[in-house]
Design a protein around this ligand. Structure first.
Ligand SMILES: *Cc1c(COP(=O)(O)O)cnc(C)c1O
Length: 459
């Protein structure tokens, strides 16, 4: 019986095959928009893959190349403008392979010093974009959801340190523009959420009014406000400075979810829209959205990282060694919910180091510019109209005369043809919700022609 870990010619050859596939994939400028297949269809195509004796690496890899890889929709296709797409730099993807091959445990400095050092270099740049005061720092997480959860746990634990709130069920305020993960993570930590009923900018006066209208019990349980730095649906940035004033006056934890919009902090043309972000207690930014990092890579940043450490540091006899002399250094596990972790900031670091931050600025500016270009094309086209002015890189527009099912049909038709992935969304119009079309631009390789072609497909 041969060990699975043995190095032989087969392994070397398979490594070369994998490298060739990878090189082809990351250097190709003509990737196809794949589409999902039913599970039964995939089963039919590939048969049983996990068996007692194994089907062999070469065979399994061929199944991947021939069938399974094609049943995915690549997020980096220039006409994939649905949800928040992504467009990792080739340099970052390359280093993702190095990250995997290096087998680094990214929880503790003792084991992952070199990798964590690199992550921290990248984090320093991200923190500098926020303008948070000296001492602020963050860690990379699996994504925005985990970052929001980590920040909310820190806020709640800090609040409940006070005798008077111990045992209380917490309450947070956010707006209906906030991402679904805020409500979902509030369930995880069993706190209530009060939603300000506006999908547009959350303003100081509205927030203050909401707080003033709370019952005595609710006010006692309120410990945090979550503002959004670029809503996922429409790219709207709350009045971050105004919300900061309220949080300060009311002594509330101030979390800003900039998972999608955070990348735009690098863009000089819109940086002023984020004024006030430097007053947050915690911030979420997803490098796997608008910082061109491969999946998955989120980040949570704290004004006072010690508070996160108080909330998250895990205790266990088998972990004591990491707290000893000689293991001193930054331990990412202490600041978020995960223990064993990939050094997921490493690909971002390499790409930042290779290209320099100016190139990041330019790539983000291009996304903003594409939204403006789309806005102009929509205004010039009699079939469509803007629902609201483009905000960050999101554009909401309607096809005049279309019903919700027309949008759905159009989306599937474009997808089926392998042409584009553009999905409808809903926008709150007065008291009702209207189905509209939405672009979200991340990929700097998307062209004006791509946008025009998509609009033309609505004729
Ligand atoms: C995408 C997004 C999230 C969730 O991030 P994941 O990385 O998907 O977990 C949270 N908040 C906002 C504003 C987002 O756009």
């Amino acid at each position: 019986m041969q060990s699975m870990h043995k190095i032989d010619m087969d392994l070397v050859e398979m490594t070369l095959d994998v490298m060739k596939y990878t090189i082809d994939r990351i250097s190709s400028s003509k990737i196809k928009i794949g589409k999902p297949k039913k599970e039964e269809e995939l089963r039919e195509l590939v048969g049983e893959t996990v068996t007692e004796k194994g089907i062999g690496g070469e065979y399994a890899f061929n199944l991947w190349k021939k069938h399974l890889s094609k049943a995915n929709v690549p997020v980096d296709h220039p006409r994939n403008l649905a949800f928040v797409p992504a467009s990792p730099t080739r340099t970052a993807i390359m280093f993702d392979l190095v990250t995997s091959a290096s087998s680094i445990h990214g929880a503790y400095w003792m084991e992952g010093a070199g990798g964590i050092f690199c992550e921290n270099e990248a984090m320093k740049w991200i923190v500098s974009l926020t303008g948070l005061p000296k001492g602020a720092f963050g860690v990379f997480t699996s994504g925005g959801t985990a970052a929001n959860l980590s920040a909310m746990v820190t806020a709640r634990e800090h609040w409940r340190e006070h005798e008077e709130f111990r045992g209380e069920k917490g309450l947070i305020i956010t707006s209906i523009g906030a991402h679904s993960s805020i409500k979902s993570m509030a369930k995880v930590i069993d706190v209530d959420v009060l939603l300000v009923e506006s999908e547009d900018v959350l303003h100081e006066t509205e927030l203050q009014k909401t707080i003033d209208n709370l019952s005595k019990d609710e006010r006692k349980r309120l410990f945090a406000v979550v503002a959004t730095g670029g809503t996922t649906n429409a790219g709207i940035i709350d009045d971050l400075d105004g919300v900061a004033n309220v949080c300060k006056k009311e002594n509330l934890w101030y979390h800003i979810d900039a998972a999608y919009g955070g990348g735009a902090l690098a863009a000089d043309s819109v940086r002023h829209l984020f004024n006030g972000i430097e007053k947050a207690d915690s911030i979420t930014i997803d490098p796997h959205k608008w910082m061109f990092s491969p999946y998955d890579c989120g980040a949570v940043i704290y004004k006072d990282p010690q508070l996160a450490k108080n909330a998250h540091s895990q205790q266990g006899s088998y972990l004591d060694i990491f707290k000893d002399e000689g293991a001193h250094g930054f331990n990412p596990t202490d600041y978020q919910i995960q223990l064993t972790r990939r050094v997921r900031g490493l690909p971002l670091w390499f790409s930042l180091a290779a290209h320099g931050t100016d190139r990041y600025k330019e790539a983000v500016e291009r996304g903003l510019e594409l939204a403006q270009i789309a806005g102009k094309l929509i205004e010039a086209d009699p079939n469509v109209e803007l629902v609201r002015a483009p905000s960050l890189s999101c554009v909401l527009y309607r096809r005049i005369g279309w019903q919700p099912e027309d949008y759905t049909h159009w989306t599937y038709e474009n997808h089926r043809k392998g042409f584009a992935l553009v999905t409808p969304t809903k926008w709150k119009n007065g008291d009702s919700y209207e189905t509209v079309s939405r672009f979200c631009f991340i990929n700097p390789d998307t062209t004006k022609k791509d946008i025009q072609m998509i609009l033309d497909s609505m004729k």
